[in-house]
Design a protein around this ligand. Structure first.
Ligand SMILES: Cc1cc2nc3c(=O)[nH]c(=O)nc-3n(C[C@H](O)[C@H](O)[C@H](O)COP(=O)(O)OP(=O)(O)OC[C@H]3O[C@@H](n4cnc5c(N)ncnc54)[C@H](O)[C@@H]3O)c2cc1C
Length: 451
């Protein structure tokens, strides 16, 4: 770990996966930081989260040793020989497709290891690396502004602090996105409703197995990750918590604009069950909702983000590129952001270089992350039979699924880091040369003075 540089300090807003990954990275780079979180403690809410190989590699590059710890808390498929299967495709309809003689259709890749974890377990690993003295809880940001020295943060408790820069990792609804885009692109500040909401459920694995039963090959349906597909309806189930629980995400299409003031809407259990039942879903899947909190979670995304920074304020994670979860790639993109940004901030020698670091970060991370946002929407359309020319053709859907993740998973992160470092050094060199008059320039200036 390098020595701390007190003259340059970073304020990180939000202690989700993105903010935590960045904090760990800055710690290792010896960059001074404070992490401000609105909640009274590190969050324990949330359900299952799966990390792809890119996400695991990015986190391992930020903090060596992560992968070993992640293995201890994550779960794969239970059936032997299915380590590299991301999901088995089945149908949501009555009979799950088996009445038509369909077998589960696996897709994945040799580079991919099937893993999902309970979000709390993942956050526990990340927070274990962050010293308490760097974290302030109960600090909800109300407003961000900038002056010639850096950024100024105003909290809802009335407190005001200054920092050399702010990294807004405050999620899809945070305050930082407005501070970055508000002046120039106000139309892109608010996230857009994707026309779907989800119900989420965590079921004891024993119960999930009893309810779903075995497939035609004799394997437990709940034991391996499943993507049940149907006309405008998708349900995913996968093991978490070392295979002791099954995580379920039930996507419900919605033609209306989201009108509720909150992004979650409590409904009765009966309404929830009927809401899914009327889509023609196999009753076994409806039964799994018995363990769900009857809450509709509206899904929003940032399909367009014209820039990730504005002077000394920079976006990271969902505040920059919130996406639909159909490629299970959102957290991975947060961690990739954190990897590139922590390495760049580690190169900054004085605060005047911060904006250059952000410029390089934006150039490397934004095209890739925004492409993941766009393709996540397409993946949702694909599994919900909404892609023209593909429709409900399961062979085509599964072939597409087998190909579509490779560019995300196999991305060369070391190359991103190298590119970030060389672009930053080149920009800094340019700035130094521009600031120093050349010998010829000095001679000309002296001659002019003499004359
Ligand atoms: C149903 C579903 C399933 C998903 N599954 C996967 C998956 O399998 N794999 C995957 O990679 N991704 C998945 N994702 C996406 C992933 O969860 C997110 O991309 C990721 O958690 C975002 O992390 P973040 O740190 O950017 O934001 P968040 O997790 O939203 O954290 C933001 C933090 O900022 C704090 N905050 C907010 N506002 C303020 C404020 N004004 N002041 C101070 N603090 C503030 C919040 O309290 C919070 O702690 C899924 C998403 C959903 C909805």
């Amino acid at each position: 770990m390098a020595g701390l540089r007190p003259s340059f300090d970073v304020a990180i807003i939000g202690a989700g996966i993105g903010g935590l990954a960045l904090a760990i990275g800055l710690l290792r780079q010896g960059v001074s930081f404070t992490l401000y979180e609105a909640a009274p403690c590190f969050s324990s809410v949330g359900a299952g989260v799966g990390l792809g190989p890119n996400a695991i590699r990015a986190m391992e590059l930020i903090q060596p040793g992560f992968h070993e710890l992640y293995k201890r808390i994550s779960s794969g498929n239970i059936t032997p020989g299915k380590d590299h299967v991301m999901m088995d495709a089945m149908l949501v309809e009555d009979g799950l497709g088996e009445r038509r003689g369909m077998r589960p259709m696996p897709y994945g890749a040799p580079c991919y290891d099937r893993t999902s974890a309970h979000r709390k377990d993942l956050l526990d690993i990340l927070t274990s690396w962050i010293p308490g003295k760097n974290v302030r809880f109960n600090k909800r940001v109300k407003r961000l502004s900038q002056n010639e020295k850096g950024a100024v943060i105003e909290f809802e408790d009335g407190n005001i602090v200054a920092a050399s820069c702010v990294i807004g990792s405050d999620g899809i609804k945070g305050a930082s996105r407005g501070a970055v885009l508000g002046d120039r692109w106000p139309e892109y500040v608010q996230a857009r409703y994707t026309g779907k909401y989800v119900y989420r459920s965590i079921i004891p694995m024993e119960e999930a197995m009893k309810i779903l039963g075995k497939d035609v090959d004799g394997n437990e349906i709940a034991g391996d990750a499943k993507m049940f597909m149907g006309d405008r309806c998708i349900i995913a189930t996968f093991p978490i918590s070392k295979g002791t629980q099954s995580n379920m995400v039930c996507f419900r299409p919605d033609d209306q604009p989201w009108s509720h003031p909150e992004w979650t809407r409590a409904v009765s259990k009966h309404t929830m069950m009927q809401d899914i039942r009327k889509l023609g879903v196999d009753e076994r899947l409806v039964t799994l909702l018995n363990w769900a909190n009857p809450l509709q979670w509206a899904l929003f995304h940032h399909i367009i983000t014209p820039t990730y920074y504005n002077h000394r304020i920079c976006l990271l994670g969902d505040s920059a590129h919130a996406m639909l979860p159909h490629q299970a790639a959102g957290a991975g993109q947060c961690i990739e952001d954190a990897l590139v940004l922590c390495r760049l901030l580690g190169l900054v020698k004085d605060p005047s270089q911060i904006e250059k670091a952000f410029e390089v970060y934006d150039g490397i991370r934004r095209p890739r992350a925004q492409k993941v946002v766009k393709t996540s929407q397409e993946a949702g359309d694909l599994c919900a039979f909404q892609v023209p020319g593909v429709g409900s053709d399961m062979d085509k859907i599964v072939a597409n699924q087998a190909e579509r993740y490779l560019w995300i998973w196999l991305h060369n992160l070391e190359e991103d880091v190298d590119r970030a470092e060389s672009e930053f050094n080149a920009l800094s060199e340019e700035a130094r040369s521009a600031a120093q008059p050349t010998l010829v320039g000095i001679k000309t200036a002296s001659a002019a003075l003499v004359a």
